[in-house]
Ligand binder design. Sequence first.
Ligand SMILES: [Zn+2]
Length: 337
Amino acid sequence: MTNTATRVWTDVNLEKEGVQHGYLRVPHSTNDSGYGWIPVPISVVRNGDGPSVLLMAGNHGDEYEGQVLLMKFLRNAPIEKIRGRIIILPGVNAPAVAAGHRVSPIDGGNLNRLFPGDPNGTPTQMIAHFIDSILLPEVRYCFDFHSGGYSSEYIPAAHLVAPDEPALREEAIGFLKAFAMPNSILIEGLMGGDLRLLGSCRRLGVGHMSTELGGAGAFSVDAFRSAESGLPRLLRHVGVLAGDGHEDVPPVSQFYRRHPARDFVYALATGVFEPYVKLGQTVADGDVAGAIHFTETPWREPEIVRFKMGGTVLKRRAPARTKIGDCLFTTGTRLDN
Ligand SMILES: [Zn+2]
């Protein structure tokens, strides 16, 4: 009979009051360590009754602002102000986090493409399965802090895939307004979302929001500061953090709508990409996005790349070396708030 229960174990008790720090222990038997496990840090902060919230970062290991945001939060968690429970995974795909890579160096696993996971699978699949089968059923909200990673850079933004159901859509927009990054991106259409954390959240009725806090494998000071001021607002908004009556009014966030597939600009040649536009710039349908230069045949005219859909440039490819199939830009339509 196939095992369907998680093989990941932890000595952190999700029901216990107070602050606990520990590990999810993901079994991993190697030449060096026959009975070893991979440590995935977990903290649980619980104080009485209230909603349960899961905070995650390091879903991709080369996205750093969210990792630091949650490490700082868990070290200073204001237990007396918590009303309910906050579960924190600040470096959830731990091998990818340790390597500073998008995917796990152990199994090549991209955690956010492996949901709902597999209890008998690779370490990354086991982590996904633990989140799906143990943690998400315990919580009402899940906020997952991403950035662009080594290969992409975004305007500082929170984003989410807009639910179709009006009440859920309203709730999700409420997360964006409370977190209030300078920019908020509403993505229309799930686009393989069922294999992402989002897919599990939808299936289990968990409210979900994600972010894009900069990228390019660097650390964005501006995006981080916005996220650091936004996190307590978001937690108060969902009722897991009590206010003290002196709360700041959230700044106004500029909203954008994205239509995946149509708003992606892909490279159809391999070479050095010379962008003609910057992040945040407004472009029209058919505008030139840049040129791909051929270093092995420098006398050849470069390949001109164009935007299919006009709008605001929300994401750019970070490394200049580009090959056919790489995503160069993503655009979005500016919305009137
Ligand atoms: Zn990511």
